[in-house]
Design a binder for this molecule. Structure first.
Ligand SMILES: [Zn+2]
Length: 201
C-alpha cells in the first residue's frame, strides 16, 4: 500500500534472500539457508552488498521502501554513510506490535505448497480445515514459522534491531511510530500516512 501510494519499489531483504536461495546463487550457499532456517540473521556484509546493488537499480532512483533492513547498528551505519554520500534523506517507520500478538499471528500462518497462497488460521482461515481453497492441497507451515524459531527471531530483534531504533532517535533522524497491534492493514496504512504528514509539518 505504501509503495503504491508513493510510486516507488518495495525492497525486502527477506524476499531477496529467499529469491537468491531459490535460484541457487553460488555465493549464497547452504550456510545462508541454514542461518535463515534457524531464525538467526544473515551477515551484515552479505546483506549490505545485496541492498546497495538493489538501490543502484534505475527503478529506485526516485525513492524506495526498505523492508527488513537495516536490522543491526553496523547495517544502519553503513546505510547512513551510503545515503549521506548521495544526499538521500530517510524516514524510519516503526510499527510497534506486542510480542504475544506477533507469535499468535505467525504461528497461525499456513501456506499452500502447490500454489503458494497464504492463509492464517486466526484471521484468514481456508473454508475447509487445513486445505487450500483454490486446489484442495493440504496446507503446510513454513520452516521458519514454528514457535521456537519465532522466539529466537524476536530475541535477535531485541538484541540487534531495537538498538537501531534508538540510534535513529538519538541521531535526530525522522522516526514515525505507529501502533500496529490490533488494526487491519488498511488502518495501519492510514495511521502511517497521517503520522508522516504530521511529521512533515
Ligand atoms: Zn493452493
Amino acid at each position: 500500500m505504501l509503495t503504491h501510494c508513493l510510486g516507488v519499489p518495495h525492497i525486502s531483504t527477506g524476499d531477496m534472500l529467499r529469491d537468491r536461495i531459490r535460484h541457487g546463487a553460488a555465493e549464497m550457499g547452504t550456510a545462508v539457508v541454514a542461518t535463515m532456517q534457524s531464525g538467526a540473521l544473515v551477515s551484515d556484509e552479505v546483506v549490505n552488498q545485496m541492498v546497495e546493488e538493489r538501490l543502484s537499480q534505475p527503478d529506485a532512483k526516485n525513492g524506495f521502501v526498505l523492508d527488513g533492513y537495516p536490522r543491526t547498528l553496523d547495517q544502519a551505519d553503513h546505510l547512513s554513510r551510503w545515503f549521506d554520500a548521495r544526499g538521500i534523506r530517510e524516514v524510519v517507520i516503526y510499527l510497534a506490535v506486542d510480542y504475544n500478538i506477533v507469535i499468535a499471528r505467525l504461528t497461525g500462518r499456513r501456506q499452500c505448497p502447490r500454489c503458494g497462497t497464504l492463509y492464517n488460521l486466526a484471521t484468514q482461515p481456508p473454508s475447509v480445515d487445513e486445505m487450500c481453497d483454490l486446489d484442495g492441497e493440504k496446507l503446510v507451515i513454513r520452516d521458519d514459522d514454528n514457535e521456537a524459531v519465532i522466539r529466537e527471531r524476536l530475541a535477535g530483534y531485541e538484541r540487534q534491531t531495537q538498538p537501531v531504533l534508538e540510534h535513529y532517535r538519538v541521531a535526530g533522524r525522522r522516526v514515525v511510530e505507529v501502533d500496529a497491534s490490533n488494526d487491519p492493514p488498511e488502518t495501519v496504512f492510514k495511521k502511517i500516512c497521517q503520522a508522516m504528514e504530521a511529521n512533515d509539518r
